[in-house]
Design a protein around this ligand. Structure first.
Ligand SMILES: O=C(O)CCC(=O)C(=O)O
Ligand SMILES: [Fe+2]
Length: 267
């Protein structure tokens, strides 16, 4: 086993971290990147004449170092399995001075399920203070299936989390998590690099740092006490069930769906 693999293995998520992702739909990482990497990425990005879209990795190849970092890889393997793949779609999101807030949205088309087949990995190469137009996310909404047109009419939500982060942070979110860019009140541009990663196979066993002696006890407390999306009490009960299903699914177990009950699950 090479050192790189050993390090990545050490950086797998714990049960508590994976359960936190199940409940809230995101996980933040502050990888220890090589000195100067964030600054060098910002400089190369500043020098681009136009937004290269999916070609951003070819134009700023140093980005690969961020996504190959053992801490980032460890989290991605934990969530998507060893055979995960980087998607061909990636984007440099430039939030320009004087921008207006974006509407709440889920990326992609509105085909949702309660498994984890795709995550967004948003990398912020510089500090993002509150006035620089941080991305906001709404914990727990990866289980919600609100029509896109209605979602776009929502404004400030109780419990929303602005990603006011330090340079180098990578926010991994479930693909369905509600998010939006906020208003940039400064005179500087804000960068966010968004890469997608896909799961290629159904889980057959835990791919994170699973501790068989304590996992179920940790799960019992996390899955029914961790605050997710705010809502009516009936929504909490729905959410707890969906969390339990996702936990079973991550472990590679058959998900029990009570007979006669409909679930919108792709398998
Ligand atoms: O720039 C951001 O903070 C978010 C942008 C975004 O989510 C999008 O354009 O789909
Ligand atoms: Fe988006």
């Amino acid at each position: 086993m090479s050192d790189a693999v050993a390090t990545e293995k050490e950086m797998l998520l714990t049960d508590a971290e994976l359960l936190g992702f199940i409940a809230q739909g995101y996980h933040l990482i502050e990888p220890e990147l090589p000195a100067g990497l964030n600054e060098a990425i910002c400089e190369q990005t500043d020098a681009l004449e136009s937004n290269p879209g999916n070609e951003i990795l070819a134009r700023v190849p140093m980005l690969q170092q961020v996504y190959d970092h053992p801490q980032v890889r460890g989290a991605l393997v934990s969530l998507l399995g060893e055979d995960l793949q980087m998607d061909g779609h990636r984007h440099l999101h430039v939030n320009v001075p004087g921008s207006r807030s974006q509407g709440w949205h889920q990326d992609g088309t509105n085909v949702r399920h309660h498994q984890t087949w795709c995550v967004l990995a948003m990398y912020f190469p510089h500090d993002v203070p509150a006035d620089l137009g941080p991305t906001i996310i709404m914990p727990g909404t990866h289980f919600r299936n609100t029509p896109t047109d209605q979602l776009a009419t929502y404004a400030n939500l109780k419990g929303q989390v602005p990603l006011t982060v330090k340079a180098g942070t990578v926010a991994i979110t479930h693909y369905d998590l509600w998010h939006a860019a906020t208003r940039n009140k400064t005179t500087r541009e804000r960068y966010m690099l968004k890469f997608l990663f896909n799961r290629m196979s159904q889980p057959s066993a835990p791919s994170w740092n699973f501790d068989a002696t304590t996992a179920e006890e940790t799960a019992r407390s996390y899955l029914s006490t961790m605050v997710g999306a705010k809502g009516y009490s009936s929504d909490y009960y729905k959410e707890w069930e969906l969390r339990k299903e996702m936990w079973q699914w991550f472990k590679g177990e058959q998900v029990d769906v009570p007979p006669g009950e409909f679930r919108n699950m792709l398998s």
